[in-house]
Design a binder for this molecule. Structure first.
Ligand code: B12
Ligand code: SF4
Ligand code: SF4
Length: 343
């Protein structure tokens, strides 16, 4: 449609866009969310286990009263993931990093994609799709909005058993970024597309998860007390002490986890990648920085190097990367997961 053709979406790595005017979360999401909280699977993600938050999450209008519609964008990092995996397979030092930490030129996606969404909002106003009076909010992971459900309402995918939003064509290696708008867009023909696909009998992600964090009976619910992603990324979860759960994975990750996506058939559509990892490594200083520190260097040496840095020095070196978010102590703790003899 014209609106989307007009926004240079490919330049922003956006592979799909949806639109919805529905502010309220789907009934099944509400049921599942309450089940998740009551069963304790929320773990130490304390900010989600809060009555005010639950109320806000139910309806976008509780957070943004002017809400009239949402434009939801899927920012894909699938191509980069293929390039990264080719590089990673050849490495001897098998410390791994979830590819999204490198995919956006090595920037923390919260920073990188926020500026893209900001630019899209300016374009929409500039080209007259939105009036200059339109108020908008960017929702990108951190807002009290159930973003997978919102993307589902906007017709962008279905819920996989790994709980992630899967776009039938582009898979799940996507970040969901949204513009919440105080106006409707009249000629938006992407409204309420239904996604008829689902996982069927497949259970590859359930079997592949090294810590059994995907509930077998209530699949689509993740146990954040066990999930390696939570244990290596979330500040409220990472403690100085390495917990039994963090050890149990016996995986190689020092940031995030992509195992339940790697096995997913929806991420296996053939795609062509013309470039290799060196292209990104040489072009983007933050990719070089993270690669040299963590992928090209021995973890034991890294622990020593990091311990000798002040918090301020750490922040300066890793500024605007995902590692800055995890913090110095968090990164050291994650590296130690792989070197128990070193404690
Ligand atoms: C908390 C959180 C986490 C937690 C908990 C994850 C979880 N699955 O619950 C932890 C730290 C473990 C985590 C990990 C990851 N996360 Co996270 N996370 C979030 C966050 C902030 C909130 C999610 C939440 O509310 N969870 C609570 C559960 C109970 O709700 P839910 O996940 O929405 O699930 C609901 C649906 O599945 C629904 N449902 C189930 N079946 C059905 C059927 C129908 C018909 C319907 C309508 C609904 C429905 O019910 C569920 C309960 O409400 C969102 C951003 C946001 N604001 O939404 C990102 C988000 C979900 N994370 C994201 C990413 C990328 C990841 C990781 C891949 C990062 C990584 N590589 O390490 C992993 C993946 C782990 C996994 N398998 O889920 C992306 C997911 C993109 C996508 N394709 O779906 C999001 C959307 C951020 C973003 N803006 O892109 N994350
Ligand atoms: S992200 Fe990793 S640990 Fe978490 S559910 Fe998926 S495979 Fe399991
Ligand atoms: S691996 Fe299979 S069960 Fe898991 S999300 Fe993908 S299609 Fe669904």
């Amino acid at each position: 449609m014209l609106l989307f053709d007009d926004l240079f979406l490919k330049e922003h790595t956006i592979v799909s866009t949806g639109y919805t005017e529905v502010a309220e979360i789907s009934a099944s999401t509400e049921v599942m969310f309450n089940k998740w909280l009551l069963s304790g699977r929320v773990g130490n993600l304390k900010y989600l286990n809060d009555k005010t938050r639950s109320y806000t999450l139910k309806n976008i209008k509780n957070y943004f009263p002017e809400f009239q519609s949402a434009l939801v964008f899927l920012f894909s990092y699938r191509k980069f993931k293929v390039v990264y995996d080719n590089f990673f397979l050849k490495k001897k030092n098998k410390v791994n990093i979830a590819s999204f930490a490198l995919a956006f030129e090595g920037y923390d996606y919260h920073i990188y994609l926020k500026s893209k969404l900001q630019m899209l909002a300016f374009n929409l106003i500039d080209r007259g799709y939105l009036s200059s009076k339109c108020e908008y909010k960017i929702s990108l992971d951190a807002s009290p909005v159930m973003e997978k459900d919102l993307a589902y309402r906007a017709g962008l995918g279905f819920f996989g058993k790994n709980s992630l939003l899967i776009n039938p064509q582009h898979g799940s290696y996507v970040i969901i970024g949204t513009l919440l708008l105080s106006e409707k867009i009249n000629d938006c023909n992407n409204k309420n597309k239904k996604q008829s696909k689902d996982c069927g009998d497949c259970r590859l992600c359930i079997d592949a998860c090294p810590v059994r964090a995907i509930d077998v009976d209530n699949n689509k619910l993740i146990d954040a007390r066990k999930c390696i992603s939570a244990l290596t990324i979330e500040k409220t979860v990472i403690t100085k002490k390495i917990t039994a759960e963090a050890i149990a994975g016996n995986d190689s990750s020092i940031f995030g986890c992509e195992i339940c996506q790697q096995v997913c058939p929806y991420n296996h559509n053939k795609i062509d990648v013309e470039t290799d990892f060196n292209f990104y490594y040489n072009k983007y200083p933050k990719i070089k920085l993270i690669t040299d520190w963590f992928l090209n260097e021995d973890s034991k040496k890294n622990i020593d190097k990091l311990q000798n840095l002040s918090v301020r020095e750490f922040k300066k070196i890793f500024k605007d990367t995902s590692f800055e978010r995890v913090g110095k102590e968090g990164v050291i703790r994650n590296l130690r997961r792989h070197h128990f003899d070193y404690l």
